[in-house]
Write a protein that binds this ligand. Structure first.
Ligand code: RTP
Ligand code: MG
Length: 153
């Protein structure tokens, strides 16, 4: 495994998949012009942006991505929100359990309770519009990267 700063082909890292996670700058982050700030934090942490695309997520993909929440009362609003305008969808690579590093940086689901220094803690106030998605386990990362970058895996 190579790390940022070493010479490495990002495509090879991305294709290995094992130390990658899915990160989404959600529509609110794009609308508010916070993409650069979020990407900057990921880069400064020492993680690698292996793939990145500005994409308006379609309803089917959103439902598949958030399938675990299909029976929750907020599901309809969640799908409506994540599909309303373009997101920035990324594969982020780094050391083992990169997904956990990203989750630490993202902070608690409710930005009102997220610690200062986290993305949600520093820039958000709304649980519905909480700026960023990060996969919550190695299995979720693999599943979600498969949903969003199917054609490349
Ligand atoms: P995400 O999947 O988007 O990274 O967020 P998360 O892991 O921190 O939270 P999760 O439990 O997976 O929930 C997904 C998104 O659903 C919205 N939500 N609303 N009203 C509520 O009680 C509630 N709970 C969750 C949030 O926008 C959350 O990011
Ligand atoms: Mg989640």
């Amino acid at each position: 495994m190579k790390f940022p700063g070493e010479s490495v082909n990002p495509d090879r890292l991305a294709l290995s998949g094992v130390n990658s996670t899915l990160v989404i700058c959600k529509p609110d982050a794009v609308e508010r012009g916070l993409v650069g700030e979020i990407l900057g934090r990921i880069e400064r942490k020492g993680l690698k942006i292996a793939r990145l695309e500005l994409r308006q997520i379609d309803e089917e993909t959103a439902k598949q991505h958030y399938a675990e929440h299909a029976n929750r009362p907020f599901f309809t609003d969640l799908v409506e929100f994540i599909t309303r305008s373009p997101s920035v969808v990324m594969e982020v690579s780094g050391p083992d359990d990169t997904w956990a590093i990203v989750r630490m940086m993202v902070g608690a689901t409710d930005p009102a309770k997220a610690a200062p220094g986290t993305i949600r803690g520093d820039m958000g106030v709304s649980v519905a519009e909480n700026l960023v998605h990060g996969s919550d386990s190695a299995e979720a990362a693999k599943r979600e990267l498969g949903i969003f970058f199917r054609e490349n895996i």
